[in-house]
Design a protein around this ligand. Structure first.
Ligand code: ADP
Ligand code: MG
Length: 668
């Protein structure tokens, strides 16, 4: 008989404060196609022996522990234990072993079909349906394949567990008291079905039972674990048990062909781990929903605060920006500016536009639609790129002027005409002199831009008027007076800064330069204070909520691993590696994070609509109280994912440290 497993000189000892337990197996050899029953009283170490044979626990001593795997390589298990090659041990388990546990240990979140197919998919990646139907037929569970384990009787569960142990054509099936939870009649039926299936598949079977009669009835040859206290010193309160040696397999016999094993696939174990996470998430839908809801309840207030921070602040900022005066700065006081000084100010990085201002008094003009109706308006210099003209979509030209709506209303007589006659008068040599010039009107500024009667004229024109009023001649317009020109300084300037933040920057800069100015800095500062307050409140509440949420999610994840430890132990027994099983809690937490982020966006969206409806009377078209930029939505998802991964650290450590043998023993 070609051997599958060979053991020599194995011993395992458990010591506690008041007792010692010791188990020895001098020689055990299981050949392909052989069936052995191991019998012995309760507590003699049958399960302990099976745990070592299942590569779950390490013998204290062993002189030979060899596994002949499907490719007929002889693998020294003791070597793998010495080198702590846990992943290779897991791979050997999934490729060579099948297991039937006393409690069946079917995964409650998978259907019977999915449970049975699990070892096949773990070993081969996919498929297994024909073999599933063959085994289900033999075991009489075909009609139960789409049921959940909880819908099955104990006998049916054990039959499903037997199918699961055999589906992937293992070389050796290890069964620990597979019928002990069944009544005698069902136990006999299940045992005979088990034997029939094993014989049909050429698999070796090592079956542990305390029920000698059952094994005898089923014609299973037995090895016995006997008490032998000779090895212990008399003073210790201990027991020593020895397994009677089995006949050694004859290696010269030609090996029996068994299913060809494909290389083990860790990618399929990762995929299956995620699949189980998903199935369990659905199976425990109420609990999952609670987790998602708790996560979403923590995210929603943070989203709302962030929404207010962006919504209100943006709305107010936009309102300020929509007013052309907000970004404008004009100095007051009697300071004179040279051209060089103004050029220097215009080169400041916060400045987007600057035009010099001539003396207001000197720039006043008379104008009339008719001789008898005279009006007066101040001339304000403008230049190429003036944001005020841009605000009203008016293109600047050196050849024309722009008037305000207020002035246009006063000039109803010339409505429709697109040129103005301007009169400039002065006292010169004791006489009143007056000149006039006709200029085209380029456009009309709305009241929102300037509500006074103003004429925006090119700087060169206002300079000419100023020169004329000072008594000088202006040859460009044919106006006569003193020859020469006065020293060129300006009474002020009109400046525009680039952004709201620049308003405060520029005001402070001008103050340092000794220039006092009219600005909207106070309004801007109010908005900035609101923005800072909301950011601070968001960070504070968000921080506290996130810490609390993470603590509760982390303990939720740890308690989830604790609660499901026997599923994880069973999966490890089947051949899942500890690391691939990490995807189970991680996958569930990621799922929870995605659902919670989506749910919190939904809650946030609802609340944002309610805010807008309640505050509709304060809002202008297109404005809203809550608003979150798209990038923050992406940040919500990625942040939730990162948080959920951090929350898995404790659960992951717990899972990696899990001792499958001890857990399975606890959950008999
Ligand atoms: P059986 O399966 O034959 O009933 P077990 O193998 O379960 O017996 O247990 C054999 C003995 O080993 C028992 O006395 C048990 O208390 C002890 N034992 C098993 N596992 C451990 C352990 N991890 N630590 C300490 N003692 C253990
Ligand atoms: Mg036992």
């Amino acid at each position: 008989m070609f051997p599958v497993l060979e053991i020599e000189g194995l011993s395992k000892t458990y010591r506690s404060s008041d007792s010692v337990f010791c188990l020895k197996a001098d020689a055990l050899s299981v050949g392909l196609g052989q069936t052995w029953g191991i019998i012995g009283p309760s507590g003699c170490g049958k399960s302990t022996l099976l745990e070592m044979l299942a590569l779950l626990s390490r013998p204290d001593e062993v002189s030979r522990f060899s596994l002949h795997d499907a490719s007929r390589d002889v693998i020294s298990i003791d070597d793998l234990w010495r080198k702590n090659e846990h992943d290779r041990l897991a791979a050997l388990r999934r490729n060579n072993f099948g297991f039937v546990h006393q409690a069946g240990n079917l995964f409650p979140f998978l259907s019977v079909r999915e449970n049975i197919l699990m070892p096949y998919r773990l070993r081969f990646g996919a498929g297994g349906e024909p073999r599933l139907h063959e085994l289900a037929d033999m075991l009489g569970i075909t009609r139960l394949l789409d049921h959940k384990p909880e819908q099955l009787s104990y006998g049916e569960r054990q039959r499903a567990a037997i199918a699961r142990a055999l589906i992937h054509s293992p070389r050796l099936v290890l069964a620990d008291e597979p019928t002990s939870a069944l009544d005698p009649e069902t136990a006999r039926q299940v045992m005979s079905l088990f034997k029939k299936c094993v014989e049909h598949t050429d698999t070796a079977l090592l079956l542990v039972s305390h029920d000698h009669a059952l094994l005898k009835d089923s014609s299973v040859p037995t090895l016995e674990v006997r008490r032998e206290d000779a090895g212990l010193d008399a003073s210790s309160n201990g027991t020593c048990w020895t397994l009677t040696p089995s006949s050694r397999g004859d290696k010269e016999e030609s090996p029996v062909e068994c299913a060809v094993s494909k290389p083990s696939r860790t990618s399929s174990s990762r995929g299956l781990s995620l699949f189980m996470a998903w199935k369990d998430f659905l199976h425990e839908h109420l609990l999952s929903f609670c987790g998602v809801l708790a996560f979403a309840a923590a995210l929603t207030p943070i989203l709302l605060l962030a929404g207010l921070r962006f919504g209100i602040v943006d709305t107010l900022s936009q309102r300020l920006l929509n007013s052309p005066a907000t970004l404008s700065i004009t100095p007051y006081g009697s300071v004179r500016f040279t051209q060089e000084r103004l050029t220097e100010l215009a080169s400041h990085p916060s400045v987007s536009f600057l035009v010099a201002r001539t003396r207001t008094l000197a720039a006043s003009v008379n104008l009339a639609g008719a001789e008898e109706k005279r009006l007066s308006a101040d001339l304000v210099p403008t230049a190429e790129g003036d944001p005020l003209l841009g605000y009203a979509d008016i293109t600047f030209s050196e050849k024309g002027v722009v008037i305000t709506r207020q002035l246009e209303r006063s000039l109803s007589a010339v409505e429709g005409e697109r040129s103005l006659e301007l009169f400039v008068s002065r006292m010169h040599g004791g006489r009143l002199e007056r000149v006039s010039v006709s200029v085209p009107v380029l456009g009309v500024l709305p009241d929102s831009a300037d509500w006074k009667s103003h004429i925006y004229a090119p700087l060169s024109f206002t300079e000419a008027v100023e020169r004329y009023r000072d008594g000088f001649s202006v040859p460009e317009f044919g106006w006569t007076g003193k020859e020469g020109s006065p020293e060129r300084t300006y009474a002020g300037f009109r400046m525009y800064v680039k952004s709201l933040d620049d308003v405060v920057v520029m005001r402070d800069f001008l103050m340092r330069e000794g220039i006092e100015s009219y600005t909207s800095a106070r309004e801007v500062e109010n908005i900035q204070a609101l923005k800072r307050t909301l950011s601070f409140v968001t960070i504070l509440i968000g921080g506290v909520t996130i810490v609390g949420m993470m603590m509760s999610l982390a303990s939720f994840a740890v308690s989830n691993v604790n609660r499901k430890e026997h599923f994880f132990a069973q999966a490890r027994l089947m051949g899942f590696s500890g690391y691939s099983l990490l995807l189970f809690p991680v996958g569930q937490m990621i799922l929870c994070a995605i659902c919670a982020s989506s749910l919190s966006l939904l809650f946030y969206g609802g609340a944002a609509v309610i805010f807008d409806v309640v505050c509709a009377s304060y809002l202008q078209h297109g404005e809203s109280i809550c608003r979150i930029p798209a990038i923050y939505t992406a940040m919500l998802y990625s942040g939730a994912l990162i948080l959920s991964l951090i929350c898995c650290v404790g659960a992951g450590r717990k899972l990696l440290r899990l001792q499958p043998a001890e857990v399975l023993r606890r959950h008999v």
